[in-house]
Structure formats: C-alpha cells, structure tokens
Design a protein around this ligand. Structure first.
Ligand code: 5AD
Ligand code: SF4
Length: 437
C-alpha cells in the first residue's frame, strides 16, 4: 500500500515519523508525497498547545472529504494528541481507523493488518516500554540526523503536557548512542542533533550513571563528525562542565537553546521550573564569558495563570538584557490534566495578546540587530538544500544556527562551505559564497 504521512510539532515527532517510515517500508509499503494516491494517511500529532490541536482537527475534517470519495482509505492518528485523547478521537471522528500512541509505534504495521482483516477501528495506546529499535529510521537526508538520547520527561513543569503523553524520562545507553552515531557518520552524516526534553539530565537513571557532558565529549571524538547540536537544555540541570565541553570541542555547535519560560521568580516557581532569574542570568554570563560567539535562543510563555503586568515586565527586562538571538514565544495554553490548568487566571486574553505583541516586537528588533552584527563576516555553512522561500537560492545553517540564503549550485547540498554574510533580516541572513571556495 502507499502511505502518506504528515508531521506536526517538534523534532521528536519528526524523528518518530522517520521511524514510522522505516517500519512501514520494511513491511512492504511505499511512501508517497501525493495524498490523492495514498491508501493510508497517517497524522503524527502534537498537543503541546491548543492551537496545534485545532489545526490538526481541521486536517481531520478534510480527510473525511477524501475518505468519502475513497472508501478504502485508512486514516491513522499517532503522536502526542493521540496519546492524550485515545478513544475520544474515534468517538469524535468515527471515520478514523487506527489510533496509536507515542510508545507503541513499532506496532503500527500489525495494527494496519489487523484493521484490514477485522474491518474494525482500533485504538491501541500501550506503553510498550523502551523500543530497542529506536534508531531504525528512514532519513530524508543522509548528511544530517536526529538522534534521541532521552525519551519522556520527569520535570512536570506545571503547564506542560509532555510528561503525560511521552512518559517518564528514560536515557538510552551511551554505548548504543555512540555506535549509532559512528554508523551514521560512516553512511555520510556530517551533523547530528541530539534530542531530549531535558538533555542535561541525561544518564541519571542508567545502570552506569553518565553525565550529558561526558556523553557529548565522547560523541565529539567520533572521527568525521563535523557538527553536533543538542536540544533542549533545562537551566536547572545546566552544568558549567557543559559550557567547557562546548567551548573546547570544535565540532560542537556554538549554540545553546535554553528555555527561560518566564522572567519573574514568582511565576518560575508556579511553573515548577526550579531556577530563579538570578540562576538563569548566571548561566548566561558564564556562557558569554567563556564562548563569546555562542548563540543563545529561548522559549517564553506569556500569560501564565497568576502572571501580572509586573511579572511580565520582568520577562521583558530579561529579554532586553540577555539579547537572545532568537526567542520562540507562546501565549499560555491550558492543557487538561496539568497542574496549571486548575490555577486561577484573571488576565484577559486581550491583555495577554497585547503583552505577546510587545514581547515579539522587542525580540524581533534584537534578532535583527544581532543578525546585522554578522554582516561582513565569514562563516562555515552546512548547505541543507534549496531555500523554501526562494527556489533559486540555497539555504544553509551556520554553526550558531543562523539560517543563511545564498546563490549556488544544488550539488553543494550536504557540504560545509564558507559564506560571507552580506545583509540581514530578522530570522535569517543573506550571503555570498566565499571567492576562494
Ligand atoms: N502553553 C504555552 N506554551 C507551552 N509550551 C509548553 N507547554 C505550553 C503551554 N501549555 C512551550 C514552552 C516549551 C515549548 C516547547 O512550548 O515554552 O519550551
Ligand atoms: Fe515540558 Fe518542562 Fe519537560 Fe520541557 S522540561 S517537556 S517544558 S515538563
């Protein structure tokens, strides 16, 4: 059968999609990018905020129309929203054939066979524990790879549904990660991105305890590996050792994504983040002192229950002082089952939107100013392919994660090449291939 798959949400979901592709191809199915010729449609869903869920519901509505024309089409819903809603999806959308969870992806080929032979819809959300075949994936590019190092999360930030839908934190054995990355490099990978909800707590529950810094150091010793990225870091577990490893190893990208979430101690406490604004400032100061060129990006939530104007102004103050290269900003979205969903919230949505716009405006100005500082400098860029915005240009990433567009031949894709920055925009820069290349 031909399957079409659409992915929502974070890089962990992207990685799960790569696993689904591998499993289905291994069972004799074939992927298609044309939904109209597919026999199976899979939505790999996200539930981190309500807006993501609403978009996915829109897609489900469209799928109903397609299914009306093609009765045999199988519709499968997986990922975090599926894990969260379970049977409710089939109740609300009776034309859905299979609902599967985040922890039983490996069952999907069997579930498809079962659905066909019994004719009945299936909701199978099981915790099958650790999937030993986690690294069997079908990747789009062989020059870069996503590598999960932990699954799940134990932090229970009070707004966050992730621990409920991805389960408790489990670390993958270091030996297994190292062997996998060696194989990836052998197959042509020059860049790996290590994934975890909180990479800094890596290894705590392993039989032989391991720290993230130790793992990172070992990975960076793998010959032929040119670039290592990792996300997401959590300020409460962020160690000084880690800054030293990033500084000392040439192939670790000088970019740290460190979600701040809020700038007021009162709100950080209510969020159960386990650090103060002073702690966060301290980490930033250490990073900037030791690695002056390091890019720092963040996530911020506006309008958490109980956040008053003065709390919001403390977030604005930190944003102005720290000058993040980029910030991903979100209006708080209550998630059923989380502690924050039951907290009193007196600020109106209009006011939250106004704060959100103010934050965005100041951050966009900062991002633009920081990008302007790159003009005239030369950077090594990993070419990722043609630009999504302008097909005649190539798009690549600098070590510090800044996106750069420039003219060049498509056969440069997958190579690391020198580019001189010529002009800046808010979210990317434009450049020119260095003459000596
Ligand atoms: N509402 C708004 N933003 C959220 N995030 C996580 N949960 C919520 C929520 N309930 C944001 C956090 C996190 C990012 C991935 O999504 O900023 O770091
Ligand atoms: Fe959610 Fe907090 Fe875990 Fe991140 S660290 S996934 S925000 S609970």
């Amino acid at each position: 059968m031909k399957f079409f798959i659409e992915t929502f949400g974070c890089q962990m979901n992207e990685n799960d999609t790569e696993r689904i592709q591998f499993l289905l191809e291994n069972s004799g199915h074939e992927q298609t990018v044309d939904i109209s010729e597919s026999d199976v449609v899979i939505l790999n869903t996200c539930t981190v905020r309500e807006s993501a869920k609403n978009r996915q519901y829109g897609h489900l509505g469209n799928l109903k129309k397609i299914k009306n024309l093609k009765k045999d089409l199988l519709i499968c819903i997986g990922g975090c929203a599926a894990q969260d809603l379970k049977q409710k999806i089939i109740k609300d959308f009776p034309y859905v054939d299979i609902v599967f969870g985040t922890q039983n992806i490996a069952d999907l080929p069997d579930l498809i066979n079962r659905r066909i032979s019994t004719g009945r819809s299936i909701c199978s959300i099981e915790d099958n524990g650790f999937d030993p075949e986690l690294f069997k994936v079908r990747r789009k590019h062989n020059f870069k790879a996503l590598v999960p190092i932990t699954i799940g999360c134990d932090n229970y930030c009070s707004y966050c549904i992730v621990p409920m839908v991805r389960g408790n934190e489990r670390s993958i054995e270091a030996e297994k990660i190292l062997r996998t990355i060696e194989e990836l490099v052998f197959d042509g990978a020059v860049e790996v991105t290590l994934l975890g909800q909180n990479v800094n707590s890596y290894g705590k529950n392993l039989k032989k305890p391991y720290t993230f810094s130790e793992l990172l150091e070992k990975i960076s010793d793998i010959k032929g590996l040119k670039r290592i990225r990792f996300m997401t870091s959590h300020p409460k577990d962020f160690s000084n050792d880690l800054i030293d490893v990033v500084k000392n190893k040439d192939n670790i990208a000088k970019h740290i994504h460190l979600p701040l979430q809020a700038g007021s101690d009162k709100i950080l406490k209510e969020m159960n983040r386990n650090y103060t604004r002073k702690d966060y400032f301290g980490i930033i100061e250490n990073i900037k002192n030791k690695i002056p060129d390091c890019a720092i990006t963040t996530d911020i939530i506006v309008g958490f229950p109980g956040e008053e104007k003065e709390d919001f102004l403390k977030t604005m103050d930190m944003v102005k002082k720290i000058r993040f290269n980029r910030a991903f900003t979100f209006i708080y979205s209550p998630r059923a089952g989380t502690r924050a969903a039951g907290m009193e919230d007196r600020i109106t949505m209009d006011e939250k939107k106004q704060w959100f716009r103010q934050l965005l405006e100041i951050q966009n100005t900062i991002s633009f100013e920081e990008n302007n500082k790159l003009i005239g400098r030369r950077f090594e860029v990993l070419v990722e392919g043609n630009s999504s915005k302008n097909n005649t240009l190539l798009e690549g990433r600098m070590e510090n994660n800044t996106i750069v567009n420039f003219e060049g031949e498509s056969n440069l894709t997958g190579k690391i090449i020198p580019v001189i920055v010529k002009s800046a925009r808010t979210f990317y820069v434009k450049g020119k291939l260095a003459r000596d290349y």
